[in-house]
Design a protein. Structure first.
Length: 151
């Protein structure tokens, strides 16, 4: 039976058969201090057990992924945990929406995993819901971590 990482790799390759690089948001190393989920999911990628695919992880979406895509890089971006709870994280969401829109226009493939129905921090639920609906227009594939996450 295929491991979770192997299944994920197969799914990524269905979206982009020429895949060379996977970008993961948020930064696996930074998040793993509080939550080992991403590290466990991507460990085989990080250890080089998934051949032919490099993995890069960061929390602050950098414009270079758009430039790399425009230069022909065969990449895919997988985003986890979309939410905001204060002005700084709200501005980060707007920043990500802008650059992910350009990444998609440049031909980049996007996967979004929805882990929870609502953000862990319950600030601004109506605005979070509206932004999630807008965000949901970007991915080529959406994973629902649990059935209630899709409601």
């Amino acid at each position: 039976m295929a491991t979770a990482a192997e299944q994920l790799s197969e799914e990524y390759r269905r979206l982009n058969p020429a895949l060379e690089k996977v970008y993961v948001i948020p930064d696996i190393a930074r998040v793993s201090a509080q939550n080992s989920y991403l590290f466990l999911l991507y460990r085989e990628f990080l250890e080089g057990s998934i051949p032919g695919v490099l993995l890069e992880s960061f929390s602050f979406l950098h414009p270079r992924i758009v430039w790399r895509r425009l230069r022909g890089e065969q990449s895919l971006l997988h985003h986890h945990w979309f939410e905001f709870h204060n002005l700084r994280t709200f501005l980060n969401v707007l920043w990500k929406l802008f650059w992910l829109s350009l990444y998609r226009l440049a031909g980049g493939k996007i996967v979004w995993t929805i882990h929870n129905r609502q953000p862990h921090q319950g600030n601004h639920p109506a605005l979070n819901r509206r932004l999630r609906r807008l965000w949901a227009l970007l991915p080529h594939k959406v994973h629902l971590h649990c059935p209630s996450a899709g409601r």
